[in-house]
Design a protein around this ligand. Sequence first.
Ligand SMILES: [Cu+2]
Length: 310
Amino acid sequence: MGVKSTAARPRAVRLAGLGVGTVTLLTLLTGCSADGIGSAFGHFGWPGKGVSLQAHKMYDLWIASVIAALAVGVLVWGLIFWCVIRYRKRGDELPVQTRFNMPMEVLYTVTPVLVVCILFYYTAIVQTDVDKLSRNPQQVVEVVAFKWNWQFNYRDGVGKDAHTVASTLGTSDQIPLLVLPTGEKIRFEETSRDVIHSFWVPELLFKRDVFPGNVRNTFEVTLDKEGRYVGRCAELCGTYHAFMQFELVVVSPDRFNRFLGALKGGATSPEAMGAAGFTGRERYAVTTEPFDTRRQNQSWYQSDTVASGK
Ligand SMILES: [Cu+2]
């Protein structure tokens, strides 16, 4: 029995080494094409790659974390099944007991600590990056939330003392448009006129609370994909919270300049969209529409149902 166990131990070490080597190799290989693997597996539950540089970093962190977790999982499951089969019961004799095996104790204490440290390190880097504010953002937008709509003020500088040079406003009939350029650092400064709201565009993979009073939450994004994306309030703020929506319109810097120029010149939001090259229905929001408050006349006495039930 003693001979058997000493023969098994080097083999176990060799197998563990092989497992660790395979995992390392897989991690290195998959790390090179996280995008491809993420796309092949439905982004591992993540909403997608996002449309900003910051979103891409969060996406990469998620994909890499899942791949690392799966690699560790496969190694652990493999070892469990290997142990179950290799050391299955063969008779009534008690096998050699290996309690207080110091190398093993150290291994399964140090390894999880290392895993946590690595995950923490990369999370801290990405979080710091996503939260980073530049000294001179190229565009500054003041987000004003109120029950239950949005106003977007284009500003001439950062901070409360800067001035609004143009703005778009949501009404009961019109979804507010937030038109922004690709490739520029855009600073958002948030303020609310009543309760706490939350600015959320799912494709940015980011949301941040909008507070009333003196707290002006800020964040920055650099957009890299043109398109039109629905934005929502993500904080339960009252009766029509679910209908407090807006549309983020990401365009080229040239089109953005034409939009902002027209808006500064006194054009309405659809007119400015026209100046930016949008025509017809495209001059309005296309991803969502205003909440229709015009109720139909309706009798809640359902005589039809009663009659048909007979
Ligand atoms: Cu709200």
